[in-house]
Design a protein around this ligand. Structure first.
Ligand SMILES: C[S@@+](CC[C@H](N)C(=O)[O-])C[C@H]1O[C@@H](n2cnc3c(N)ncnc32)[C@H](O)[C@@H]1O
Length: 229
């Protein structure tokens, strides 16, 4: 098993991430030209997790963002369904749990906020996951999603689609133990909805006050929303 297909079969996706887990953080930074660091700190700022809050970092991978969110003193839990990714992040000082985003092992209204970074597009049914997340968030609680997106300015969009994604695949093929997995990552970016469409999907899953912020010319966007009180 080397890569998932765009059907995003959960077993294939988990196996693919198990396969790239050991070098994931390094390859990710390399392929995003170090921008991932800035995207994570901005996501943490938008999330604004405070002491006394419970925050779920869903599809957290190695917990690389979870530590960032916990800096303000909130209790932040990293959850992912790839044991390989969780294992690769064991050195990080954050609680971790194996969990599937579509069937979360938490009681209703357990968290003040849920966040997902660079992972929602890998879910087999993003809208069903967003509905399931709403179940475990307290009324009035927050959702923050950092995900690849579509640059709104046409020339940048053209260059991004034509060259940057090809470059990513090429870099992945040179640096990763599993080049096919990086081909999947590039393909999954190309088929992912733009900012407005994702905003509509979030709202249709029961969230309110949906807004987004473009980062790096809209190559990535942060969406935030609230569960109705
Ligand atoms: C590209 S990685 C992102 C990891 C981390 N959030 C980050 O910012 O580096 C995508 C992660 O989503 C996880 N994932 C995909 N579908 C999932 C699901 N249904 N439930 C839980 N985790 C999932 C994968 O196992 C993988 O660790």
């Amino acid at each position: 098993m080397s890569r998932a297909s765009l059907d995003k079969d959960p077993h294939e996706v988990a196996a693919m991430f198990d396969g790239v887990a050991s070098g994931y953080d390094r390859a990710n930074s390399f392929m995003t030209f170090g921008f991932d660091r800035r995207w994570r700190t901005t996501t943490a700022r938008v999330l604004d997790a405070r002491r006394g809050e419970k925050v779920l970092d869903l599809a957290a991978g190695t917990g690389v963002s979870t530590v960032e969110y916990a800096r303000g003193g909130a209790w932040c839990l990293a959850a992912d369904f790839s044991f390989g990714m969780l294992h690769a992040g064991l050195h990080r000082n954050v609680p971790m749990v194996a969990a599937d985003a579509l069937n979360l092992p938490f009681a209703d209204e357990s968290f003040d906020a849920v966040t997902i970074s660079l992972a929602l597009r890998n879910f087999v049914d993003p809208k069903a996951a967003l509905t399931e997340i709403a179940r475990v968030v307290k009324p009035g609680g927050r959702l923050v999603i950092c995900e690849v997106s579509t640059p709104p300015f046409a020339p940048i969009r053209f260059v991004h689609r034509r060259f940057v994604l090809k470059l990513l695949t090429w870099v992945g093929s040179r640096t990763s133990s599993n080049p096919e997995a990086y081909k999947y990552l590039a393909e999954s970016m190309l088929t992912w909805p733009d900012q407005r469409t994702l905003g509509e999907i979030i709202a249709s899953a029961g969230w309110t006050d949906v807004e987004w912020l473009n980062l790096t010319f809209g190559v990535v966007a942060i969406h935030r929303a609230r569960k109705p009180a």
